[in-house]
Design a protein around this ligand. Structure first.
Ligand code: GRG
Length: 288
């Protein structure tokens, strides 16, 4: 299946991209690779590659930007796990970076992966104006107006019952944006027009929001062995969640509604949309 092939290609790219650092302290390289090459699902880079192919582009051309997105995602997990943030000791089925190494190392690993992501895009994406467009998109999605702002509001919201709009706003910025730009970056590499980029972004946003609601449900229902991270964390940290505000049944209905909306965005792609719609279905039904 294309999924497994894409996953292997991403893993191989991430491996190569972190092998030959002549000036980097070996222990820092080891810690970067411990986090980046851990068995994550690679959902965001796979979305980039599937989107590029659905839009008529070449997977090889999309691999650098797909890998850069995984570096940004991994940095955000490493920092999110720190004691000052979510304070987690288990990630991707392994001790978190600050537990395995130490807190300073985890901060620097996050910094190194974030900066390496931009170096990767500008060095390996061609032509230069495409590299600039991709880097701009990544920096906005990872920046204060989106991922970092969403994380900031999420931390500030602990022990307070949020309104549904507040929770959705956090979920959109913390989670959905990276899925939205994943779909858009694939389209950009393939050279589709602005209207198609908009549709791809709407697709990714719906999928990303549904993914986060599934995550909230799994936190209530899931098992740590399958998740590879601690369950019941939201309750322990006093976090508002979708099932808590809307109930389990209504959360499941919202997931189905978002998945339907997501698929409608891809009608312009015809049959080529199939791998992306299968991906959406898989994310809506995931158990880990
Ligand atoms: C530190 C700026 C900063 C942001 C952190 C990523 C994040 C924001 C917080 C992690 C906690 C969380 C619930 C995030 C929502 C998104 C999510 C479910 C991330 C985990 O994504 P998966 O399941 O992870 O794709 P793998 O390990 O498979 O890559």
């Amino acid at each position: 299946m294309a999924w497994t092939k894409y996953r292997r290609q991403v893993d191989a790219w991430l491996d190569q991209a972190t092998l030959n650092f002549s000036q980097t302290p070996p222990r820092l390289v080891e810690a970067m690779r411990y986090c980046l090459l851990a068995p994550g699902k690679r959902l965001r880079p796979i979305t980039v590659l599937m989107s590029a192919q659905a839009c008529g582009g070449r997977v090889e051309d999309a691999l650098p930007v797909a890998s850069a997105l995984e570096m940004i995602h991994t940095y955000s997990l490493v920092h999110d796990d720190l004691p000052a943030m979510d304070n987690d000791d288990l990630r991707r089925g392994r001790p978190t970076c600050h537990v395995k190494y130490d807190e300073a190392t985890a901060i620097l690993v996050g910094d190194a992966l974030l900066t390496l992501a931009f170096e990767t895009v500008v060095t390996h994406t061609h032509p230069p104006d495409l590299a600039v467009a991709c880097a701009t998109m990544l920096s906005r999605a990872a920046g204060h107006g989106s991922l970092i702002g969403g994380q900031f509001d999420d931390l500030a919201a602990e022990n307070r019952v949020l309104k549904m709009e507040e929770l959705e706003s956090i979920h959109l910025r913390k989670t959905a944006t990276l899925f939205a730009i994943a779909a858009q970056l694939g389209g950009m590499v393939a050279g589709v027009d602005a209207a198609a980029i908009q549709r791809l972004g709407d697709f990714g946003q719906c999928v990303g929001l549904a993914f986060q609601i599934v995550d909230d449900l799994l936190d209530v229902e899931g098992h740590e062995n399958r998740l590879g991270k601690r369950a019941q964390k939201d309750k322990t940290r006093g976090k508002s969640t979708y099932p808590q505000l809307a109930g389990m049944d209504s959360s499941r209905r919202r997931i189905a509604e978002l998945m339907q909306q997501a698929k409608e965005q891809l009608e312009f792609l015809g049959d080529a949309a199939q791998p992306l719609t299968e991906l959406a279905d898989r994310l809506g039904q995931r158990e880990s």
